[in-house]
Unconditional design. Structure first.
Length: 327
């Protein structure tokens, strides 16, 4: 009976815990080190961003409140030592988190001409601390000049942009119709650029930014300029067509010329005179630079010229003439 009692008790105990084996060790709840930290000089600030810490090393939520220890310090010594760096590094405070990205800023003033190193570590509500994140290196240079007096002017070739700023490298940003943000359009070495892809009659906004090339494909950036907007209107005549030629065919005179390159080209007009008679329009044609004149008679000399016409009807000057005689 006693044996049966102990066997029954053991069975009850097994059913109660539902598990046989060694107990699971408690979770460490140590915040995982941040990865993906970036630091860049922008205007008079060093801007630091990284994914906001959320998980422990065991991929569990970090116990709140979460504290971020962001530091910046100069490289010193022949080899980098994280402990020595942390001991003299300064804390960067006043950050914020937006859409899961932490954002901090600090002045470049103490670091100009130096190689500044930035990193972050995280402490959870249980006071357990992560290791340091990746270390971002910033070669800090004097503040690049912010472009000013940005102007946008409609031209036959597109929107012409000019601005004032010292520097050898600039980047142009554009916000087009229906777009909510600016995107980079071009990098240039002079304070000017023409947006040949802009469509007439649509609204565009532009900003310019100076950048300084650094080692390792890095850059120091100015603040962006104030934005300027424009709705370019097509009020320009195309250039006069070039290279007009007239060739005699069995029952026609075949005309051909060089194609115009204006993005707002709508087509061409063909003009003709018989000998020294008055010049008259004989045809409107599309954007293909050719025309076949079949209204010709043997023994007469015909002189031709063509013009280019914009989509809104603005007409170029006449081309140089070409003539041919049907035998």
């Amino acid at each position: 009976m006693r044996l049966l009692f102990f066997a029954t008790a053991a069975a009850v105990a097994m059913a109660g815990c539902g598990y046989m084996g060694n107990p699971m060790p408690p979770l460490a709840n140590v915040p995982a080190a941040v990865q993906g930290l970036t630091a860049v000089e922008r205007g008079a600030r060093i801007v630091v961003e990284f994914p906001a810490a959320q998980k422990t090393t065991e991929q569990m939520p970090i116990k709140p409140p979460i504290a971020e220890d962001v530091r910046i310090g100069a490289f010193s010594g022949a080899e980098f030592n994280a402990d020595a760096w942390a001991a003299q590094a300064q804390r960067i405070t006043g950050g914020n988190v937006t859409n899961g990205v932490a954002h901090y800023e600090t002045s470049i003033a103490p670091w100009v001409g130096k190689e500044a190193i930035v990193a972050v570590r995280v402490t959870g509500g249980n006071r357990k601390q992560s290791g340091w994140s990746n270390f971002a290196i910033v070669d800090v240079v004097p503040e690049p000049e912010t472009p000013r007096n940005l102007r946008a002017v409609a031209t036959p070739r597109g929107v012409s942009l000019t601005w004032s700023a010292r520097g050898d490298h600039f980047r142009v940003f554009r916000r087009g119709p229906g777009e909510t943000g600016f995107t980079a359009q071009a990098a240039v070495d002079k304070p000017e650029w023409t947006d040949a892809s802009a469509d007439f009659g649509k609204r565009y906004a532009y900003m310019a930014q100076t950048f300084v090339k650094l080692a390792g494909d890095k850059e120091a950036l100015s603040d962006p300029s104030e934005e300027t907007g424009i709705t370019p209107e097509e009020v320009f005549p195309p250039a006069a067509p070039a290279g007009l030629q007239a060739a005699v065919a069995p029952a026609s005179i075949e005309l051909a010329w060089e194609a115009n390159t204006e993005p707002f080209l709508g087509g061409y007009r063909v003009y003709r005179s018989i000998a020294d008679g008055p010049v008259q329009k004989i045809a409107d044609v599309g954007v293909i630079p050719s025309y076949s004149d079949r209204q010709v008679e043997p023994g007469k000399t015909y002189r031709y010229a063509v013009t280019a016409v914009s989509k809104t009807g603005h007409e170029s000057p006449l081309s140089a003439p070409a003539e041919a005689s049907l035998p």
